[in-house]
Every structure is written in structure tokens, then in C-alpha cells.
Design a protein around this ligand. Sequence first.
Ligand code: ATP
Ligand code: MG
Length: 253
Amino acid sequence: MNDPILRVRGLSKHFGGVHAIENVSFDLERGEVLALAGDNGAGKSTLIKTISGVHTPNAGEIWLRGIPTTFATPREAREAGIETIYQDLALADNLDVGANVFLGRERMRRRFGLLPALDRRLMRAEAARVVETLDIAMPRLDLPVRALSGGQRQAVAIGRAIFWNAEVLIMDEPTAALGVPEQRKVVALIKSLRAAGKAVIFISHNLGDIFAVADRILVLRRGQKAGERRAAQTNDDEIVRLIVGESMQGRAG
Ligand SMILES: Nc1ncnc2c1ncn2[C@@H]1O[C@H](COP(=O)(O)OP(=O)(O)OP(=O)(O)O)[C@@H](O)[C@H]1O
Ligand SMILES: [Mg+2]
């Protein structure tokens, strides 16, 4: 088991003439949090979408648990243990927490011994168990998630990933739309995921969040890897320089 949980080599994704990501490589270990940083349009979302089966790469390889892998759809990636929480969260607003945890993998029961029907009670009970482990206040599990705050919604998405026992969690700007207490809560959730041995990739523009939780920081610039640093061996200034490029450094001083 010396293989990293996820290994990405030479990954490229082009949209017509736009090289959204170009020749990106990195490893992700179990129990490790990797932050993806970079300016708007640097290719962060494209990178994770190319890993999670939304996009097909133009070049490169993805290895999961030491095995070369391709995912034709996000569902295939999820079934292989890579759960991605997209920026819009992809929750169904009109469904309750239980139904969202089971979205796409609903539990059925047989009504009157023959007609299949959704087993809402079982789904809510299972969801309640997960939410309890997350230590996040959730008013009622039978309310549609539209009634939840941003942090609570994030917790439902994370809870879903935990329930399905994902080994790799990818989160695209999980704290961007949240208030300060909720940002802290999400950062704490990421830490507990790491403590449970999960591997986490999270995208953030917030260097405070990045340094609060990341073990390593990978910076993208114009689709290319501008650098990769251990969080303990770098600082805000260096990461900002990698984000904006050396030319800015010259101008600044
Ligand atoms: N589906 C698409 N079709 C065409 N071009 C795309 C598509 N998705 C992304 N791009 C382009 O690829 C580049 C990288 O975009 P991406 O969304 O990955 O950036 P990002 O780093 O996530 O930015 P942000 O921080 O603003 O979310 C941009 O130039 C963008 O316009
Ligand atoms: Mg993005």
C-alpha cells in the first residue's frame, strides 16, 4: 500500500484553443489535505472536473490506489470512492436532508410486499446518524435543504460523502459563500476527515483557510502548475507570488 491514493500525471484539458490545464502532475496521500490555489481562470475547477469524470482529459493519466483509471462520468468516480462537492453543491433544494444524502442511490422498500417505494424513514434515520457525527446544528432533517444555511448545506454534502465512505473528497471553494463561523466549521470538518484517513483536495481563494488546514499547496497559473509547497515550509507571500507570477514580483519590488 505504498501507492498514493491518487496519482495524476501530465493531465491536460483543452477547450478549443484554451489550454485550461496543461501537463499537471501531483500525488495525494491518504490522510492528507491538498489545497489548490490560483487566480480566477487558472484551471482549478477544470482540474478537479477532469479528475472526477466531468471532463475527459486530452492527455495524461489518473491512478487510483495504484491502478490507472478513467472515469466516463462523475457517477463512475463516485462509485470508485472519489466524491466531489462542486461549488453549487449539487444538492436538490426541494428534497430533505435524508433524500439528499441518498440522491441517485435511493433506498427502496416494498409497499404491501410488492410495489417498490422510497424508504424515506430509513434514509432519514441514516442521515441523522451521519449528521450527528458531523457536530453541526441541523434544525430538522425533514425540511427541504433549501431551508438550510450555507454551512448546513455544506455539511449535508460532506455528510453524503462520509456516508458513502469516499476515500477521496474534492471540494470546490467550500468556504467561499459562508460566514466566518461556518467557514471555521467547514475547516474543522476537513480536519476531521483527514483524521479519519481520508484524502482531501480543496480549492480556495482564502489563504487563511488554506494555511489553517492544508498539508500541501499546489498553485496553478494559466493552466500550468506554478509550484507545489508543503504548508509548513512556505508562507502567504510565497504562495501569492506563485499565484500572480514572477513578473509581478519584479514589479512589486
Ligand atoms: N466548459 C468550458 N468550456 C470552455 N472553456 C472553459 C470551460 N470550463 C472552463 N473553461 C476555461 O478554462 C479556463 C479555466 O477555468 P476554470 O473554471 O478551471 O478556472 P478556475 O481556476 O476554477 O477559476 P475560478 O477561481 O474563477 O473558479 C478559463 O479560461 C475558462 O474560461
Ligand atoms: Mg473554479
